[in-house]
Design a binder for this molecule. Structure first.
Ligand SMILES: [Zn+2]
Length: 246
């Protein structure tokens, strides 16, 4: 067992084994407890002279993704990507993956690791995976922030985005789309229902005022007063009673 002990000491710095054991156990426990108040202690352990402690602290910080403040953790993980020990770099990458889009700043360094011929193969493969996962997370986050319903502010999915853009040229969630679309369609129907007064040209209008104007225009040989209706996509901004043909 002597050579193994020597190995641990030479790789792990000059920390005695019982201290190292205590600190590694502490790092694992703090990660498993899942409490964000463990972050300061774990950040401290990432500066340990033992790479075992460092590696497990970095791993524990990954387990706290979702509860820990990523602005505090990600810069430390980023620093660990440059650690002299390949296993510390490996665990830093795994943890950065756990922080998803919040690890965006690590993308350049991860690309460098993936392309570095002197890096371990397992780290190069992992770096490639990390770049892909984090980039996708960033893309999804961008898409979501850009696609909020303009009426109720809920985040909308790609299908809702396409549906509302096609009909309205603005982003609406399905619920708002249905409400506004139905309201608009009902409004059109309601206007048609109210048109009971016939003009001299035979056009139906809503009021005597409209009839007087229509009859005046008719007397000036503007016989037909076309009414703008909704087009096939129901794109309507306003509801004029009519317009003058050019
Ligand atoms: Zn909405």
């Amino acid at each position: 067992m002597a050579p193994l002990n020597f190995c641990l000491v030479s790789f792990g710095g000059f920390m005695d084994r019982s201290t190292e054991k205590k600190l590694t156990e502490s790092a694992v426990d703090l990660g498993n407890n899942g409490k964000s108040d463990a972050v300061p202690e774990l950040l401290g352990l990432t500066a340990s002279e033992s790479f075992h402690v460092k590696r497990l602290a970095v791993s524990a910080l990954g387990k706290l993704a979702g509860t820990a403040n990523s602005a505090e953790v990600v810069p430390v993980l980023l620093k660990c990507l440059g650690d002299s020990n390949p296993q510390v770099r490996q665990y830093a990458m795994k943890s950065l993956i756990a922080y998803g889009a919040d690890s965006e700043k690590a993308l350049c360094d991860l690309q460098d690791i993936a392309a570095n011929p002197s890096e371990k193969d397992y780290n190069r493969t992992l770096a490639e995976k990390a770049v892909s996962v984090i980039s996708e997370a960033v893309r999804i986050r961008l898409e979501k922030t850009e696609s909020k319903c303009q009426r109720c502010s809920v985040k909308i999915n790609v299908g809702e985005f396409a549906r509302s853009m096609k009909a309205f040229q603005r982003t609406y969630c399905d619920k708002c789309f249905d409400e506004v679309f139905l309201k608009r369609r009902n409004y059109d129907t309601e206007i048609e229902d109210k048109k009971t007064i016939e003009t001299r040209s035979g056009t139906l209008v809503q009021s005597d005022g409209e009839r007087i104007i229509a009859d005046f225009l008719h007397s000036k040989n503007i016989s037909k007063l076309p009414i703008r209706r909704t087009d096939q996509d129901h794109r309507r901004i306003c509801h004029p009673s009519g317009f003058l043909p050019s």
